[in-house]
Design a protein around this ligand. Sequence first.
Ligand code: C5P
Length: 230
Amino acid sequence: MKDVIVACDFSTKEEIMEFLDLFTEEKPYVKIGMELFYAEGPQMVKEIKARGHRIFLDLKLHDIPNTVYKAMRNVALLNPDMTNVHAAGGIEMMKAAQKAIDEINPKIELIAVTQLTSTSSEVLKNELWIDHDINDTIVHYAANASEAGLAGVVCSPLEAEMIHEKVGKAFITVTPGIRFADAKQDDQKRITTPAKAREIGSDYIVVGRPITASSDPVEAYKRCVKEFLG
Ligand code: C5P
């Protein structure tokens, strides 16, 4: 189901709760990352769930399959709606993560990070020693995630199209790098508006600062939903 996910990149529980308190009618789908999770832990995830929000727990697991399996069982017990691993961990690791999800709660959407957007073509070649083109690598990692039985990947909206072409439309694409047409770009390099992301075929858009740093976050959220869902 298509939706807008609000990236709650806050450092403390007080900050995220203050932000969520602004939403008296809507219950936005929220993304919680390592920064907040390492500070506030599982209890906060349970509290936000209990307030009626869906949660994308963005912890990007990457370890040997057995460790990821056991860690993912514990993640799944927190009952997020979506969580993730690094595709770089390989197919066996992704299968182990999916097995953990299937055993605890198969409704959780498990997605993979292909290549981080901070990894440039130069870093890929000179540091990681991957000689393939970066787009080919991203699509290949997405195909690996699909083979492992995962639901989808995080990718830029511009990659969503090629991934859907290779892996099929049912494979979900979760896309950050969203900005309103009249807004500033921040540190995002390749950006797309919510409406364009819909056109390209993103399944979920992840939106942070255009909502969290807005003078009226509720209005900004509503605008985003309207543009993305039509
Ligand atoms: O504030 P902004 O809308 O740029 O936030 C985007 C969110 O998506 C942040 O939480 C960022 O870490 C995340 N993200 C990203 N690019 C990726 C993967 C995740 O911007 N490739």
